[in-house]
Design a binder for this molecule. Structure first.
Ligand code: PLP
Length: 401
């Protein structure tokens, strides 16, 4: 049967497409350490789990399309903790994870073949959402050689044309760990103002900042409020990825009045999960603080160990819980397959995401991989050992060097 040309041209996710191989490895008795996906092993706040357990209504009804009012009010209070005091529940639309928010943003702002500028490497699924919405991503390449800092404003401006509808940033960044400074954000906002385009910032890792690095939210620039859209999510902050609760926050009324058409058509975001999200926001502040301290420890351990592996180049990421490593291999995807199909060390192997599909520009990232340091320290130590031994084996047996 014929499928659409559109769908057949899409990528499969480099984060998930090797899962059948990892399952086979596990069936062979190999312990696969999953650093391919940002799935934390940290406990969800007890308050959130209890909220689900104590659900006592006779049926699970549809909720309202913009999201539960109580949740939006709780989010307003949460943003106040960051000194953001001008957001109201009417500025918030709850979405089915940040993932749905990307689609709402692209569909609301762009006609087919309009463009969005994005620094690459980027969160790879953004490319699929852009493709679904027939939006062309226009990449500005950031480089591992300088820690993936924001490319120059001129590089962004060079990409702006009549079809450009906005710039999309992610801070703290998945996959690079870079955190955009207040100065960088202000410069980008000035550029957006000059060309009358939107700035969309994905802040799902807002709290995940290390080395006392300060985070600046895009919501703290009220003077540009009309062109700012913030994407948020409960997935990582509260280790509730499967709840599927995210949000769009914007002062732009026209945007929300149009996006609601899609929100109404998809009826509502997950209803019981929103109760859990409200409860998570009521967890003590120490919950997120402790989680972030744990990730900082994990980062120090894994990045420290990987930096010592011969031929591997990694920058110390400042935020989120990922890093991109330059590997001494011809093709990181081939190497990832080798690790799952043909290799084990002390009964284990490591799974990671080949980074080529985190780039729009063809050929970039071929020898890079993204690692998520989301597991406990014993697992991370074993993963680093497997990577070191796996690289030796791959270079000898496949690359013959
Ligand atoms: C940067 C970034 N944005 C968005 C998402 C998707 O979040 P959600 O689970 O809320 O759909 C992820 C998930 O890994 C992510 O890393």
């Amino acid at each position: 049967m014929r499928m659409s040309n559109r769908i057949t041209g899409f990528q499969t996710s480099p984060i998930r497409r090797l899962v059948p191989l990892s399952r086979k490895a596990e069936e062979r008795g190999i312990h696969v350490i999953h650093l391919n996906i940002g799935q934390p092993d940290i406990k969800t706040p007890k308050e959130a789990i209890d909220a689900i357990r104590s659900y006592d209504k006779p049926y699970i009804a549809y909720g309202i399309s913009e999201g539960d009012y109580e949740l939006r009010r709780a989010l307003v209070k949460y943003y106040e903790k960051f000194g953001i005091t001008d957001i109201t529940p009417e500025n918030i639309m709850i979405t089915t994870g940040a993932s749905e928010a990307f689609q709402f943003v692209f569909l609301t702002l762009c006609d087919p073949y309009d463009e969005f500028i994005v620094p690459e490497p980027y969160y790879t699924n953004v490319a699929t959402f852009a493709n679904v919405c027939m939006v062309k991503l226009s990449p500005v390449t950031s480089s591992s050689s300088n820690g993936f800092i924001l490319p120059s404003i001129d590089a962004f401006e060079d990409k702006i044309n009549k079809k450009t509808m906005g710039i999309l940033l992610c801070s703290p960044n998945n996959p690079t760990g870079h955190i955009y400074s207040q100065k960088e954000l202000k410069a980008i906002l000035e550029l957006c103002k000059k060309h009358d385009i939107f700035l969309v910032v994905d802040e799902v890792y807002r709290e995940f900042c290390y080395d006392n690095k300060k985070f600046t939210s895009i919501l703290s620039f009220p003077e540009y409020a009309d062109r700012i859209i913030c994407i948020d999510s409960f997935s990582k902050r509260f280790s509730m990825c499967g709840a599927r609760v995210g949000a769009i926050v914007t002062k732009n009324r026209e945007f929300l009045d149009n996006a609601i058409k899609m929100a109404q058509a998809r009826l509502c975001p997950p209803n019981v999960a929103q109760l859990a999200a409200v409860a998570a926001l009521n967890a003590p502040d120490s919950y997120v603080k402790d989680v972030v301290a744990e990730y900082e420890k994990r980062r120090n351990l894994l990045v420290g160990m990987v930096q010592k592996i011969e031929g591997v180049r990694v920058n110390m990421p400042k935020g989120a819980f990922y890093f991109i490593a330059d590997l001494p291999v011809d093709d990181a995807e081939k190497f990832a397959v080798f690790m799952l199909k043909d290799f084990s060390y002390k009964g284990a192997t490591v799974m990671f995401a080949p980074a080529e599909d985190f780039y729009w520009t063809h050929g970039l990232g071929r020898s890079q991989a993204r690692f998520a340091y989301v597991l406990n320290e014993d697992e991370l130590e074993m993963a680093a050992e497997c990577l070191k031994e796996g690289l030796k084996a791959y270079r000898k047996e496949v690359m013959h060097i």
